[in-house]
Design a protein around this ligand. Structure first.
Ligand code: NAP
Length: 247
């Protein structure tokens, strides 16, 4: 029970990687707040978390909307009185080659992935600063490090998250707040299920561990970064990709 009595907020956690992170944190003792635009699935995830004996709260929050984010943080404080862990996981893709990418698809991806991470970090770190403690974990992607044809918007958003992580880590370190990023490779979720079979096969051939990742592979690293064992790690990006990218 490495996270007993901690309160963790995970964005985009109704399904996929976020849901696995929420369960990973709950299984180490944390109470869980789930933010998602998909409120029915978020509520269902919360019921499963309560079955583990934890408290939970599901809130319909679009992370692109700063005033809704602030309102929702105030409701968390009403119920739990604190937030110890923030995982910025909500993310979307809208892929196309650069010349065919619409302005709307560029804006949508940057808004959810990068501005959403900024909004939640700003709203939550205000309270973490008063608490003088906190762990912030941002879900980036190896695509933010190596780039990928067809993902100009997504790669730029994820590279932005890595840079934001470094800056926030420097600004918040003196108040005992750690900010790190996790950069997954190919993880089996609804986001990757929609890719064509031949692309999946090509990706698999590039993975030295010779399997796709599961959301649990990402959750384990997030639990570690949220725990006391990671107290001296900040500003880092941990790659979780089965060996695809080596620095
Ligand atoms: P997913 O299965 O599509 O889940 C994402 C969740 O975020 C969904 O529940 C979605 O709600 C929610 N969401 C979307 N926009 C939102 C918003 N504006 N505000 C709040 N919630 C929102 O994706 P995933 O594969 O688990 O990915 C999770 C994170 O990992 C993302 O940041 C992604 O970029 C990153 N990642 C994934 C992979 C991978 O291979 N899967 C690799 C690297 C990085 P709806 O269901 O309503 O859309």
């Amino acid at each position: 029970m490495r996270l007993k009595d901690k309160v963790a907020l995970v964005t985009g956690a109704a399904r996929g990687i976020g849901r696995a992170i929420a369960f990973g944190l709950a299984s180490e003792g944390a109470d869980i707040v789930i933010w998602d635009i998909n409120i029915e699935e978020a509520q269902e995830a919360c019921r499963d978390i309560e079955a583990l004996g934890r408290r939970s709260l599901a809130q319909a929050v679009d992370v692109t909307n700063f005033s809704k984010v602030e309102e929702a943080v105030n409701k968390i404080l009403d119920k739990f009185a604190k937030v110890d862990i923030l995982v910025n996981n909500a993310g979307i893709t809208k892929d196309n080659l650069l010349l065919r990418m619409s302005e709307a698809d560029w804006d949508a991806v940057l808004n959810v992935n990068l501005k959403g991470t900024f909004n939640c970090t700003k709203a939550v770190s205000r309270f973490m600063l008063k608490q003088r403690s906190g762990k912030i974990i941002n879900i980036a992607s190896i695509i933010g490090i190596i780039g990928n044809a067809g993902q100009a918007n997504y790669s730029a958003s994820k590279a932005g998250i890595i840079a934001l992580t470094k800056t926030a880590a420097k600004e918040l370190a003196s108040r005992n707040i750690n900010v790190n990023a996790v950069a997954p490779g190919f993880i089996q979720t609804e986001m990757t299920a929609k890719l064509p079979e031949e692309i999946k096969q090509k990706m698999l051939e590039m993975i030295p561990i010779a399997r796709f990742g599961s959301p649990i592979d990402v959750a384990g690293v997030c639990v570690f970064l949220a725990s006391q064992e990671a107290n001296y790690i900040t500003g880092q990006t941990i790659i979780v990709d089965g060996g695809m990218v080596t620095a």
